[in-house]
Design a binder for this molecule. Sequence first.
Ligand code: ZN
Length: 191
Amino acid sequence: MSLQLKFRYRFEAAHRFLAAHAPSCRTPHGHTWYATAIFRLRTDIESEAKLDEGAMAAEFGSLKKNWKAFITETADHSYLHHHADPIIKTLLQDNPGARLLAFPTDPTTEMISGLFALKLTAMQKAETNPALKNVELVGVHIQETPTNSITFKFEKNGATPKWLLDKIGDAQGWWSQPNVADRSFIRGTSS
Ligand SMILES: [Zn+2]
């Protein structure tokens, strides 16, 4: 792989883990997160990928703008939560406009990186800019604290890893929608 391209944005968000034993992880708490999208210049296409006339791998344009908006406007100041978190009902009674982002599981850094990578894939698929065919998404790096981070990567053939598909089950939601502001979550029959 000759070139990797990354862009990183910061968001502030809260979460908690229903399955955790430690009271600190079961208590809603916040982090300053950094989400980095990692792309690479494609080498698998017929005429080997080249830099464009401007000596760039790709003009990211609206894809970068939409990814930034998702991180800094939708994910930012949201409560990342297990879809069955019992706090949500009370929170919505008190504040119907609460900024929520539901997960099919506990919102661990593993799941955040995986679902954010799927979100970025959905956004890229909706792009019509031919320059973006030159690059492919490698994955997403999520920095949770100064010492903890996770890098999610797609399989070498671009497939979504089985562990992530297993955790999502048949739930559907914001991660498969290209719309930046989408917060939808539809619980699957298996979750
Ligand atoms: Zn945490």
